[in-house]
Ligand binder design. Structure first.
Ligand SMILES: [Zn+2]
Length: 59
């Protein structure tokens, strides 16, 4: 995934009954980041408030 391009960050609204976790620290996720990985594909990674700042600063 080294060539993925950061796309955008948006507020993550959990609409399911299952809690979504931050992929970095495992806390409850409140934000999600979209990455363009080419070929019209994108992936979503979810983060908590703290970890999303690291994603932002790495743009
Ligand atoms: Zn986190």
């Amino acid at each position: 995934m080294s060539n993925k391009q950061f796309s955008l960050i948006r507020n993550f609204v959990n609409t399911s009954s299952r809690a979504r976790q931050c992929i970095t620290c495992g806390s409850v996720a409140t934000q999600e980041a979209l990455f363009d990985v080419g070929n019209g594909m994108s992936i979503i990674e979810r983060y908590c408030d703290l970890c999303i700042k690291n994603v932002n600063s790495a743009r």
